[in-house]
Design a protein around this ligand. Structure first.
Ligand code: SAH
Length: 248
């Protein structure tokens, strides 16, 4: 079981597979006022940076589930590196339908809400693992400016303008799903640069090491066109944030 190989090539050197930066991830952990021993579930945990750093900084106990064997292995290595391997567990698997055996204080899905079939389904899924009064974290894109055309939207990880909401509408949509928004940490352009621009050096080095690979042409084309498209589209139009929700 694995995710499409293109992601494990372009994001193999990423610790965080989203436009949130280490300082913002730390700000989010502090904002949630996590108690030592708090249980955190992370669906689509990637390379585990959130759980590992929160285990180090706040003494949380975490479980992450991710479909990528590479990212899961990187998460385990990161846990050992930070001395928190006793506190966090990383499971390689499909997180769709995953419900924790023991209820958690925080249930998260950052930048992987397709796991629950969209934001609404992911909130439902996370809620099934959550103790009463617990916090749901959803990491999701929104438009900070409305793209003028679907063409521009396609350059922003979307299929059409209608795929994402503006921030006020996204916040309102959480209310319609029965949730209070109790905190949020938003990405900025520097965060997008860390996520997107970091792929370019990784791609360049991968191309040098793997010139004959079946994906070499695709990666070469992406490296050639990605930076300009990114500056035209994602960097100008797309926002991203982590929203902390409590059910009403
Ligand atoms: N939350 C992490 C990773 C976000 S990238 C971070 O912020 O760094 C999206 C992640 O979802 C990837 O690691 C990918 O491997 C994982 N993923 C995709 N589909 C999945 C599924 N069905 N079940 C579990 N993980 C999945």
């Amino acid at each position: 079981m694995d995710i499409p190989r293109i992601f494990t090539i372009t994001e193999s050197a990423h610790r965080i597979h989203n436009p949130i930066t280490p300082d913002k991830l730390a700000a989010l952990g502090a904002a949630l006022r996590l108690e030592p021993g708090a249980r955190v579930l992370d669906l689509g945990s990637g390379s585990g940076e959130m759980l590992c750093t929160w285990a180090r900084d706040h003494g949380i106990v975490g479980t992450g589930i991710d479909m990528s064997p590479l990212f899961t292995e990187q998460a385990r290595r990161r846990a050992a590196e930070l001395g928190v391997a006793e506190r966090v567990t990383f499971i390689h698997g499909d997180a769709a339908g995953h419900v924790a055996e023991e209820k958690v204080d925080v249930a998260a899905c950052l930048g992987a809400t397709w796991i629950g079939g969209g934001v609404a389904g992911t909130i439902e899924l996370l809620a099934r693992s959550l103790r009463g009064g617990g916090i749901i974290l959803v990491g999701e894109p929104f438009w900070c400016r409305l793209p003028p055309t679907d063409e521009v939207a396609k350059g922003c990880h979307a299929n059409a303008v209608g795929d994402f909401l503006m921030l006020p509408q996204l916040l309102a949509s959480f209310g319609r799903l029965g949730c209070d928004v109790v905190e949020m940490v938003l990405a900025d352009q520097d965060g997008w640069d860390r996520y997107e621009a970091a792929k370019w050096l990784t791609m360049r080095r991968w191309l040098e090491a793997n010139p004959g690979d079946e994906l070499a042409d695709e990666i070469r084309a992406e490296l050639a066109s990605g930076p300009e498209r990114y500056a035209t589209c994602t960097r100008e139009y797309l926002g991203w944030g982590v929203f902390a929700l409590m059910r009403r």
